[in-house]
Design a protein around this ligand. Sequence first.
Ligand SMILES: Nc1nc2c(ncn2[C@@H]2O[C@H](COP(=O)(O)OP(=O)(O)OP(=O)(O)O)[C@@H](O)[C@H]2O)c(=O)[nH]1
Ligand SMILES: [Mg+2]
Length: 201
Amino acid sequence: MIQIVEAHFVTSAQGVKDSLPDGVSEVVFLGRSNVGKSSIINAFANKKGLAKSSATPGKTRLINFFDIKFMKDKEPFMCRFVDLPGFGYAKVSKTLKNEWQKHLTDFLESRHSIRVFVQLLDSRHPHLEIDENVNDYIQSLLKPDQKLIQIFTKADKLNQKEKSALKREFPGAILVSSSQKTGINQALETLFDSIFPARQS
Ligand SMILES: Nc1nc2c(ncn2[C@@H]2O[C@H](COP(=O)(O)OP(=O)(O)OP(=O)(O)O)[C@@H](O)[C@H]2O)c(=O)[nH]1
Ligand SMILES: [Mg+2]
């Protein structure tokens, strides 16, 4: 079994320049504002309030780094989770929005430590143009040693029929509810195998 046994906030940054030096493998969580990025980090770590979440979109405004310790078969594995501000948050001035997006894209493009991009999609709205654009964008910058994983959030908002339809449309889709804690273990296993590919069982 895979578990996160330790999770600590390290620091926040505005962009590449004031980020921690490149080092351990990093997992970045990206997606639209309010999709559940901070919540899934808390669910993975089983630590409420580790990453600040809020019902008001635009909660996460900085790049937040967390040191994460996994345990698998009594062996420790270290990595870093990175909680990002959301894409497409409308309620800020245009200048601030452009500046944010620039900081974000600079970070995503030049951060060497990123091993896994976790793109979160709202399971109720799997076809939004902005998500498709973000997906194309990440695909275009993926290096051979990087992976992209998609996870559908807020699965508790779907009924059984809607869940089946989503799974039919996206075979192998990972559906997660951070609030109900469903799908979290499966998602964590997939994530672990992507961060540490040599360790795949
Ligand atoms: N029902 C339900 N609500 C969720 C789930 N995950 C997150 N939420 C709620 O969605 C809202 C946004 O969650 P956050 O984790 O703050 O979203 P975020 O993507 O980090 O948002 P920004 O930081 O603004 O980009 C909060 O009210 C959460 O409680 C889930 O699995 N199910
Ligand atoms: Mg957030």
